[in-house]
Design a protein around this ligand. Structure first.
Ligand code: NAD
Length: 442
């Protein structure tokens, strides 16, 4: 098959994919709106333009990334020339989630294709309109024996997982991530697991509170809070809490108006199950802003809550919706007491002007990635690896790292024949002292 060895073939396919994504961009935006009222602006910013940029970058660099890389040889093998060859794994399964259903399906697909793999993609059943258009686009570009989209729900995913793959790339919840890891272990299949977690957003009193509120409102309520790296809860120094809350309220109103249900810029919750889960979370909480819900169109207003107990529902699982608990701390030890209750999160944000404070937080805690004085934007730099650690995931991708992720790195030593040092060969008699000296010297 030419896609395995021929980088020109792969490049041509990706150029065709780029053209078709451009042609269908409006239909994709409409599908995302139909699925959960994703605003067109957010669809362009976080889905279509992101995929288009990933395609352009991959098309531009594919040949460079695919080239065998010459590395400095070991003196022990003198004379030799040493290389790393990048070889496609073979058959790759990609299972995608619903929250950024176009981008999180297409980006790993683009990378797996660029690295020369055969790909089967299962998009999310919860965004049927987007999944359908993904299938249409992929069908128009690729032969099914090269790249195929298989639509369906849990049963389909499980049937696919029961097959043997050479690589599995999964994005979704921690619970399903464990199912995927178990299935992969049956055949020792390598996996990337892009999962979630409870992402803290720590604010000390030196922070620019007004700007912090603006950036947090954006990062929390984009996609109605259904973002894997959205701030999950705020942990703010007690003295500045009420001022910060007033800024949060101001920023929410500025962004979505006094009745966000009428805002064209505010998405809806994906389905009844998630809507009910979020409503249950708010039930016994002290809502200080928002809190309105409408089951008919899965609306939940941007909501602020305070004084949540650490044992409450809202603090026990990933929120993944537009509810923002605000907790406080007085001394740094309290930050530690709260953060250490949770598994390693996918993201962490710290807002401060105190360099030592942010440095300590970043060094002390393990998390996938994050920002100082902003939210979400680390996702947008292709030179930064994106992924979790511990329960928030295994492996990282984006940019050239994605090409590497879908490639087996094959090490090759090309030995010259003009010299063959005798020392390594048996019999070893009288060679021990010499070899010790050489190895110590190296
Ligand atoms: P999910 O785990 O429910 O579903 C993801 C995919 O797995 C879907 O395609 C679904 O059909 C399939 N699936 C569901 N149950 C399955 C099962 N029992 N066996 C096999 N396959 C199954 O996740 P979701 O609700 O689509 O997405 C939300 C979660 O994903 C959140 O936890 C969020 O943090 C996480 N997420 C992570 C990232 C990231 O990049 N790290 C990105 C987006 C979402």
């Amino acid at each position: 098959m030419n896609y395995k060895t021929d980088t020109n073939f792969r490049k041509e396919k990706l150029i065709k994919l780029l053209n078709i994504v451009n042609i269908y961009e409006n239909e994709i935006i409409q599908a995302l709106y139909d699925d959960f009222k994703k605003p067109a602006f957010e669809a362009v910013l976080t889905e279509t333009s992101y995929v288009i940029s990933e395609l352009k970058d991959t098309i531009k660099n594919l040949k460079k990334w695919a080239k065998p890389k010459k590395v400095f040889p070991s003196i022990l093998n003198f004379p030799s020339t040493d290389y790393i060859y990048k070889e496609p794994y073979g058959k790759v399964l990609i299972i995608a989630p619903w929250n950024y259903p176009f981008q999180l399906a297409l980006c790993p697909l683009i990378s797996a294709v660029s690295a020369g793999n055969q790909v089967v993609l299962k998009p999310s059943e919860l965004t049927p309109k987007t999944s359908k258009i993904i299938a249409k686009i992929i069908d128009a570009v690729f032969d099914k024996s090269h790249v195929e989209v298989i639509e369906g729900g849990i049963e389909v995913a499980q049937k696919l997982l029961a097959q043997r793959w050479d690589y599995i790339f999964f994005t979704g919840s921690v619970a399903v991530g464990k199912i995927v890891a178990k299935a992969a272990a049956e055949n020792l299949t390598p996996v990337t697991l892009e999962l979630g977690g409870k992402n803290p957003c720590i604010i000390d009193k030196t922070a620019n509170l007004k700007l912090a509120a603006k950036r947090i409102v954006w990062g929390k309520f984009i996609n109605a809070g259904q973002t894997c790296i959205a701030p999950d809860y705020i942990l703010i120094q007690k003295d500045v809490k009420s001022l910060f809350i007033s800024y949060l309220k101001e920023e929410i109103t500025k962004a979505y108006g006094s009745n966000p249900s009428l805002s064209p810029d505010y998405a809806r919750i994906i389905n009844t199950k998630n809507w009910q889960r979020l409503v249950n979370m708010m039930e016994h909480e002290k809502v200080i802003f928002g809190g309105q819900t409408v089951i008919e169109n899965y609306y939940i207003a941007p909501t602020l809550i305070e004084d949540s107990s650490l044992d409450s529902l809202v603090m026990c699982e990933e929120i993944f919706g537009p509810i923002l608990p605000i907790l406080t701390y007085e001394i740094d030890a309290e930050i530690d007491a709260i953060l250490s209750r949770f598994e390693k999160p996918l993201a962490l944000y710290v807002f401060t002007k105190n360099h030592t404070f942010s440095k300590n937080i970043i060094q002390k805690y393990s998390f996938g990635g994050g920002c100082i004085n902003d939210t979400l934007v680390h996702f947008s730099n292709k030179r930064l690896p994106f992924g979790g650690v511990g329960h928030s995931g295994i492996g990282a991708y984006h940019g050239s790292l994605s090409f590497d992720l879908f490639s087996h790195k094959k090490s090759i030593v090309k030995k010259a024949n003009w010299l063959d040092l005798q020392i390594r060969y048996a019999p070893y008699k009288n060679k021990l002292t010499t070899i010790k000296k050489i190895l110590k010297w190296l």
